[in-house]
Ligand binder design. Structure first.
Ligand SMILES: CC(C)(COP(=O)(O)OP(=O)(O)OC[C@H]1O[C@@H](n2cnc3c(N)ncnc32)[C@H](O)[C@@H]1OP(=O)(O)O)[C@@H](O)C(=O)NCCC(=O)NCCS
Length: 176
């Protein structure tokens, strides 16, 4: 019998010093604690509320945490398969520690997620970001996503009031 709560350790030849594993409830606090420094946003507390504990309880199998050789958090991806549209996978959050950026780590996290979701029958992957998050938009475009929106906000195609009044979002979609 296997213990579903035990971390499944994994390595990736693209990142020999890093360890990839399934996310767990014990990761919630450490992931939330890096949102401020990694996202460099004034409203980091508000952003952290978008990542409640439930993601680490109920979407752990499709979410990945990456540790460096010292056991420090190097990156993470929180994603899941849509319960309502099983052909769709959704990436809710991705973050890479600043000193690990531009090494392909987010690409690796995405590609591993794509592969797992493809294997489970998904045909499309979606994600959203805010119009000011140009870095995330550039990253998603580099990863082959198309951006959609119904208007232009701050020079970016976005959906007005997507998540409520004033909460505009750029929606990304990509076939798997
Ligand atoms: C966005 C983020 C996850 C990218 O992580 P990363 O590990 O540096 O990205 P990678 O090295 O895997 O880059 C993958 C591709 O995206 C492109 N890319 C990454 N960061 C970029 C940037 N700042 N500007 C332009 N392109 C960028 C790379 O050129 C690369 O393309 P290529 O493989 O064709 O060369 C990272 O900057 C981050 O954690 N930012 C803060 C959190 C955030 O905004 N998350 C996304 C919204 S939830």
């Amino acid at each position: 019998m296997t213990d579903a709560s035990a971390p499944r350790l994994d390595t990736d030849p693209r990142h020999p010093s890093l360890t990839f594993r399934r996310a767990g409830v014990g990761d919630h606090a450490r992931v939330v604690s890096v949102i401020g420094p990694w996202w460099e946003r004034q409203d980091a507390d508000r952003l952290a509320l978008l990542l409640p504990r439930l993601f680490f309880q109920h979407f752990a199998d499709t979410s990945t945490v990456v540790d460096d050789e010292h056991g420090e958090l190097a990156g993470f991806l929180i994603g899941f398969r849509s319960a309502s549209r099983p052909e769709v996978a959704y990436i809710h959050f991705v973050g890479v520690r600043p000193d690990q950026r531009r090494t392909g780590l987010a690409r690796t996290l995405y590609e591993r997620f794509f592969e797992a979701m493809r294997a489970s029958g998904c045909q499309r992957v979606e994600a959203i970001t805010g119009p000011p998050n140009v870095r995330s938009q550039d990253f998603h475009r580099a990863m082959g996503f198309d951006a959609t929106g119904d208007t232009v906000i701050d020079g970016v195609r976005a959906w007005r009031d997507y998540d409520g009044p004033g909460e505009h979002r750029v929606a990304f979609t990509r076939p798997l």
